[in-house]
Design a protein around this ligand. Structure first.
Ligand SMILES: [Zn+2]
Length: 345
């Protein structure tokens, strides 16, 4: 079968190649790939700055944002041929640590987890893939190709769960949200914000194209300059240290700043920790980071997508690339929100 693979750590090693067909595991769900989403992590893998192949191998099958159709499933697994499914990216570490043992591998404490298509486990960018039924999530077939958005949505579903738990410390819940960055993760954060009835603002430097159009279609305010508003909640999706600095300054007393983006090696403005401490203690602010998702977040995300406007979700997919032109899927083009590689037309 064909698969998109690379040699982690080696730039320029990305290829569509013939790999050995899967040996079906009777205890696994066998899935025919429909689509794969491409994100910044894939580009980092392609640039060789990140990633690890499975033990004893040089190459890794890429792809962690999946959508597929079940070919076969073990009896009693809860899956049946024809189901639309998505594979869970992170799997628990082998020890396992206290959190992985409880199914909260998104909170792994020892860093020995594996991630499909990223770290020591083959991804989903192959004509077929299989997975333990415990790491497969069913989604509504009515979502069509938009089902490929489940993985990025799961990351935001986790962020919202943690925001809710922090918010529960006071009786007034956040009412005004700013999402920084109108990429797929930011737009998912805005979508879930509207589903909760918040006043939602989105900040992004693109003043035209799909991003402002998608924000307006969602009915949220769109800004290209940091809005001069008191913010109950900021969901930071850019990783920009400058944006983070402004988010901290603009958060309201009791405000929450949730960090989901990565800064890489960028250095930002220096922060006076004494001043930050003062602002956090005297006005009950919270800043926290979140990454990845466990099974319950995938399920919450699946429900959120099922309740969203399908046409809006489909517009988030700004480029659809057939497998025959696979290289184009990994190019970054102006105006891209989500690019998807299609295994079938
Ligand atoms: Zn762990």
């Amino acid at each position: 079968m064909r698969a998109v693979t690379l040699e982690p750590g080696k730039p320029g090693s990305l290829a569509l190649e013939e790999v050995e067909d899967l040996v079906p595991d009777p205890n696994a769900v066998l899935v025919r790939a429909l689509a794969i989403g491409v994100c910044g992590t894939d580009r980092e893998l392609i640039e060789g700055v990140y990633g690890a192949a499975p033990a004893g191998r040089a190459r890794l099958v890429l792809g962690h944002e999946s959508l597929g159709c079940v070919v076969s499933a073990p009896q009693g697994s809860g899956f049946a041929p024809g189901d639309f499914v998505v594979g869970v990216v992170r799997h628990p570490d082998p020890v396992p640590c206290a959190n992985c043992a409880l199914g909260e591998w998104d909170m792994c404490r020892n860093g020995r987890y594996t991630e499909r298509g990223i770290k020591q486990a083959d991804g989903f960018c192959a004509e077929h893939w299989q997975a333990d039924p415990r790491f497969v999530v069913r989604i509504s077939p009515a979502l069509g190709v938009a089902g490929v958005l489940l993985e990025p949505a799961s990351v935001i579903a986790k962020a919202w769960e943690h925001i809710d738990r922090i918010s529960a410390r006071s009786r007034r819940s956040p009412q005004r949200l700013l999402v920084t960055g109108a990429g797929p993760v930011g737009l998912m954060a805005a979508l879930l914000g509207t589903q909760r009835g918040l006043e939602v603002h989105v900040l992004d430097h693109n003043d035209q194209g799909a991003k402002p159009r998608l924000a307006h279609a969602l009915g949220v305010a769109y800004h290209v300059d940091f809005p001069q508003l008191e913010l109950d909640l900021v969901i930071e999706c850019t990783g920009s240290p400058e944006i983070l600095g402004q988010a901290l300054q603009r958060s309201a007393p009791g405000g929450i700043v949730c960090l989901t983006g990565l800064s890489g090696s960028r250095h930002g403005p220096c922060i006076d920790l004494a001043e930050l401490n003062q602002a956090m203690v005297l006005e009950n602010r919270v800043v926290f980071g979140t990454v990845n998702a466990n099974l319950r977040h995938y399920r919450v995300a699946a429900a959120a997508l099922a309740h969203a406007d399908r046409a809006w979700l489909e517009q988030l997919i700004t480029r659809r690339v057939p497998l025959g032109e696979w290289q184009q899927a990994y190019e970054k083009r102006p105006g891209d929100v989500k690019t998807v590689l299609l295994f079938e037309d």
